[in-house]
Ligand binder design. Structure first.
Ligand SMILES: [Zn+2]
Length: 280
């Protein structure tokens, strides 16, 4: 894989023999350099995550295509990944496949031609992609495994350069951690995230991410245990996320809520009159 770890704007051909990447022009706090759209295949193409409904980006996808686009897959239906699917379908005649969007205010209500489930296979002339259900960031999140080279397109389950936000109630920390662990069972060569550049050594990265979440969970647990009388979510945010820039606390608060929901579900904490306390 040549130039695997470079991140350049515009079209990046040859991430692998059969994979190109185009970065959507939607850079930001949550999207990093922008959403990665991947083109998979040579004679017939699968597009993974068309991104926002941005005409210039969708035209760039068509221009980069080395053959007809047969499939448009979405890893999930958040606004930076899925809205371009409808227009790209119009322009290409491709079939849209994904899991159905949950009813949240941050999901695009995508019209899906083929509803996918864990293990479903999508085939083109020279490539085969398998859907891997990875709930956590979103309940309908799928990663896609390119069978030919063991590249896993991870959407927002794993990003490069930033920590994934878990946004309850559709986002679920317990499901997220289980999904990370489930990927350890797969034979993976490289991770192709929805934001940022390719990530090598997938097992190391998965273990690092699991440890990061466990450390955060323990920091929250210890803060509650020390408090005796329990802590509000506001107090917990400043103590358990003291290493995170204040400008990101609005987002950290969502993941904190997800951690707290998990600790309550695990029976470790109880929520009484707005304060989290130890169950023991
Ligand atoms: Zn995203």
């Amino acid at each position: 894989m040549k130039d695997s770890y470079e991140l350049v704007p515009g079209v990046m051909q040859g991430l692998d023999a059969a994979v190109a990447r185009i970065i959507a022009p939607n850079a930001g706090v949550m999207t990093g350099p922008g959403t990665n759209t991947y083109l998979v295949g040579t004679h017939e193409l699968i597009v993974i995550d068309p991104g926002p409904d941005d005409e210039s980006h969708l035209r760039a996808i068509l221009a980069a295509a080395t053959g007809p686009i047969r499939w448009i897959l979405c890893t999930h239906t958040h606004m930076d990944h899925a809205p371009g699917a409808a227009r790209l379908k119009q322009l290409s005649g491709a079939t849209v496949a994904a899991m159905v969007a949950p009813r949240t205010d941050h999901d695009f209500q995508l019209s899906v031609d083929r509803v996918l489930a864990d293990g479903d296979v999508i085939e083109c002339r020279d490539v085969t992609v398998r859907a891997v259900h990875t709930p956590g960031h979103a309940s309908n999140h799928l990663c896609y495994l390119l069978e030919q080279n063991r590249m896993l397109f991870t959407g927002d389950h794993i990003m490069q350069g930033s920590t994934v936000v878990i946004w309850p109630p559709d986002g679920n920390m317990r499901a997220y951690m289980e999904s990370l662990r489930s990927l350890l069972k797969l034979d993976l060569a490289v991770l192709a995230p929805g934001h940022g550049h390719l990530i090598g050594h997938p097992r190391d990265e998965l273990n690092r991410l699991i440890e990061h979440r466990l450390r955060r969970e323990d920091k929250i647990r210890q803060a509650v245990l020390r408090s005796g009388t329990g802590l509000t979510i506001e107090t917990l945010l400043s103590s358990a996320y003291d290493d995170v820039s204040r400008s990101l606390h609005e987002w950290a608060a969502l993941s904190l809520q997800a951690h707290l929901d998990k600790l309550v579900a695990d029976g470790e904490l109880r929520l009484i009159a707005g304060r989290y306390r130890s169950s023991s």
